[in-house]
Design a protein around this ligand. Structure first.
Ligand code: ADP
Length: 264
């Protein structure tokens, strides 16, 4: 594949600061990376962009509270009366020398630490207890994890012994101009709609007294722009794509809608 063709396949990512430099330098130095930031602010897109830019295969795992070490490493499966070993995504990433991205890593079961620690420090080893294998990660392998500090509670925080194995990047929502640029590029919407939606998001993120679990993410703005692009009235698009996704409380929803009505 020539350079121009491979550049086309790189997912679009609008940079914020020097996150790409930190990522690339961590990768070159065989260091794992931790990305923290609110949901929908571009963490996953950034990792996909960097994987394509570096020409590395990407293995993404959305972690949840039932995810065990075996889900990451692999397990024996029974089929046709035979037992066959099946690599999990972490093992596949190590064997392929790619990037393993564990999204919302603090959600995973604690037994995952046993496999992540030796991979995340200078040993770069993956022990596969069930097969007796000990895999040494090739130089191009990189472990990337993310979490949203806002979801954290005392039980689910990341342990310092884990956190201190990673180079860390903090992500936040983009500035209004950058967010408008993302919306234009992602959805093809016009500059005026992009500016208004970014303004609504900025205003909603200022509302602290409404007890919202989450503020409006760039992802929700992308949805709203797509609905408007399909011909939907912007107020209805904002209600459906932004406001109703943020709250179940009708009164809070009406308060958020005031911000929308003031814009359109
Ligand atoms: P996170 O992983 O932080 O929850 P994502 O990376 O999935 O969030 O971002 C959600 C969506 O927002 C993406 O699919 C993309 O459309 C858009 N987005 C957010 N930030 C950026 C950015 N910096 N560049 C390009 N798209 C972005």
């Amino acid at each position: 594949m020539n350079a121009a063709a491979s550049a086309d396949l790189t997912p679009f990512y609008e940079p914020c600061a020097d996150e790409a430099t930190v990522f690339e330098s961590a990768w070159k130095n065989r260091l794992p990376l931790l990305i923290k930031g609110p949901t929908g602010c571009g963490k996953t897109r950034f990792v996909a962009h960097m994987a394509a830019k570096l020409g590395l295969p990407l293995f993404t795992v959305a972690c949840h509270d039932d995810l065990t070490a075996a889900d990451l490493v692999g397990r024996h499966l029974i089929g046709d009366g035979q037992t066959v070993w099946c690599d999990g995504p972490l093992t596949r990433a190590v064997r392929a020398g790619g990037i393993c991205y564990l999204d919302e890593v603090v959600e995973a079961r604690k037994d995952t630490t046993v496999v992540l620690h030796p991979l995340a420090d200078d040993r770069r080893l993956l022990p596969i207890d069930r097969t007796g294998e000990l895999l040494a990660a090739p130089p191009s392998f990189m472990l990337v994890v993310s979490y949203n500090p806002g979801y954290q509670n005392l039980l689910k925080g990341m342990k310092p012994s884990t956190r201190q194995r990673f180079v860390s990047l903090r992500f936040d929502f983009p500035t209004a101009e950058r967010e408008a640029a993302i919306l234009r590029r992602e959805t093809g919407c016009d500059a005026d709609l992009a500016r208004r939606l970014a303004g609504i998001a900025a205003a909603l993120r200022q509302l602290r007294d409404h007890d919202l679990e989450e503020v409006a993410s760039t992802r929700l703005l992308v949805y709203a722009a797509l609905l408007v692009g399909d011909g939907m009235d912007p107020v209805l698009a904002c209600r459906s794509a932004i406001v109703e996704s943020l709250t179940d409380d009708p009164e809070v929803a009406e308060a958020l809608m005031e911000v929308v009505s003031a814009t359109f």
